[in-house]
Design a protein around this ligand. Structure first.
Ligand code: DLL
Length: 428
């Protein structure tokens, strides 16, 4: 059963007692890893004492490459995953058989929460291999007892063919790919609502706005659930939306959650926005203590009407290093997405470019429009461009240069979407 009622609805005090017990186990395990051994860790008497332990950063993981964080013997490790670093050593994460099982359990719990049951047909379009999106969901879905199609990413026509032939009901997909795949469905003259059996989409692994989620739901005729995770602490299955679709429950029997000020590292109270810091409570091969995820969010106050007591984090706003500074103004790409998605007929794909023009930054926003819109009159297109410019200016306080682009003309990547191209020489 993956409605784990006792664990999922535990009262706060009980949950804290469980966390403290597990935290000391994690500390004891971590001491076996060369990195933590050198930190002289000791047992903690209360959860508050966790704050005395220094943070672990992505740089620490890179410096500890390849085995510096391994806390068990190699004979106990059954798998490694890695995150796609752009510079330097990649981040490598090890798993024991128990780690894999516990991770699958979390994913199964997430899927069950949204109503997936044996008898569903689950198409997993995320990448298999070192990336955790594919295998993470695969093991979770099989554990739940659901027919799983390990199709992986790409080959859009084949994706749709599988959906039709096998009557796929649940899909795991990058939000950017869900938008792109819709354009292929359209091209093929298929109406997903009438011709497919899809009812649920799991979307995650990259920042996306609620507006984009609602578009995906509307276009595909599904309920789309936000799914958050990172390979350093397992992969998908860390935090997930319940049917309320209001924030993601973060599984506090497996992780201790802190939100800190990214500049000072000070722990912030619930409700304040900051960087998410995670401590693993179950992991054997590679426990992490106070890992700085780099992701910006906040803990939503109050209890969720669904009855689960594990706290909810708000949709990820971006990473601390995603923030763009355009002529001194701070901008998160997601603000741009949110704004363009609100305009009908716009935004299935978009690209943000920052140019340098006469020593000033210039923000360019390129947006694809729907085919009917693109073939509209010049006056209509000019009107649309003006409206987008105006709305972006109101949201960002910076006036962008908006370009209207033909559907299918902007780059599509097989993995996570690359939404920002910074062409400023000072950022090279
Ligand atoms: O992206 C794990 C995953 C796979 C999550 C499939 C959900 C679905 P990494 O490749 O290590 O792992 O990237 C982790 O992606 O720190 C966030 O910055 C970002 N991210 C993940 N989920 C979300 C989300 C997987 N729902 C990094 N919203 C994280 C926004 C997300 N950003």
């Amino acid at each position: 059963m993956y409605w784990q009622k006792k664990l999922e609805t535990m009262d706060a005090e009980e949950l804290r007692a469980l966390q403290l017990k597990q935290l000391n186990l994690s500390i004891a395990r971590a001491k076996n890893a060369p990195f933590y051994r050198s930190r002289g860790l000791r047992e903690v008497k209360s959860l508050e004492e966790l704050q005395e332990i220094p943070f672990t950063t992505k740089q620490d993981l890179r410096d500890g490459f390849p085995y510096g964080f391994l806390a068990v013997g190699l004979n106990e490790v059954v798998r490694l995953h890695s995150s796609s670093g752009t510079t330097g050593n990649p981040t490598v994460v090890f798993h024991t058989a128990t780690d894999i099982d516990q991770w699958a359990n979390l994913v199964a719990r997430c899927m069950y929460m949204t109503g997936v049951r044996p008898g569903d047909v689950f198409q997993n379009t995320m990448g298999y291999g070192l990336f955790t999106g594919g295998l993470g969901f695969h093991y979770g879905a099989e554990k739940l007892g659901v027919l799983t199609i390990p199709i992986g990413p790409g080959n859009s026509k084949r994706q749709i063919w599988f959906m039709q032939k096998f009557g796929t009901t649940v899909v795991h997909i990058l939000p950017s790919y869900a938008m792109h795949l819709y354009s292929i469905v359209e091209e093929l003259g298929i109406d997903p609502k009438a011709d497919l059996k899809l009812r649920i989409a799991f979307i995650g692994s990259e920042p996306h706005s609620d507006e984009m989620r609602r578009q995906i739901e509307r276009l595909w005729g599904v309920k789309a659930y936000n799914s958050y995770g990172l390979s350093e602490v397992c992969g998908p299955g860390v935090a997930f939306e319940c049917p309320e679709q209001n924030g993601m429950h973060i599984w506090e029997d497996s992780f201790i959650v802190e939100i800190v000020d990214p500049a000072t590292g000070r722990v912030l109270p619930d409700g304040e926005e900051g960087e998410l810091v995670l401590t693993t409570l179950q992991r054997e091969a590679m426990p992490l203590l106070r890992y700085r995820t780099g992701d910006l969010t906040r803990i939503l106050p109050g209890r969720c009407p669904c009855g689960r007591t594990h706290r909810r984090i708000e949709r990820i706003k971006g990473r601390t290093d995603d923030m763009l500074i355009v002529n001194g103004v701070n901008i998160f790409p997601i603000q741009i997405e949110r704004t363009i998605m609100r305009v009908p007929g716009v935004g299935k794909n978009y690209l943000i470019e920052i140019h340098e023009e006469r020593h000033m930054d210039r923000l360019h926003v390129k947006v694809e429009v729907d085919r009917e819109v693109f073939h509209g009159t010049l006056a209509e297109l000019t009107g649309l461009k003006e409206r987008l410019t105006e709305e972006l200016k109101t949201e960002l306080t910076v006036t962008p240069v908006v370009s209207i682009c033909e559907p299918g003309s902007l780059p599509v990547s097989e993995g996570k979407a690359k939404r920002v191209v910074d062409l400023r020489t000072k950022n090279k």
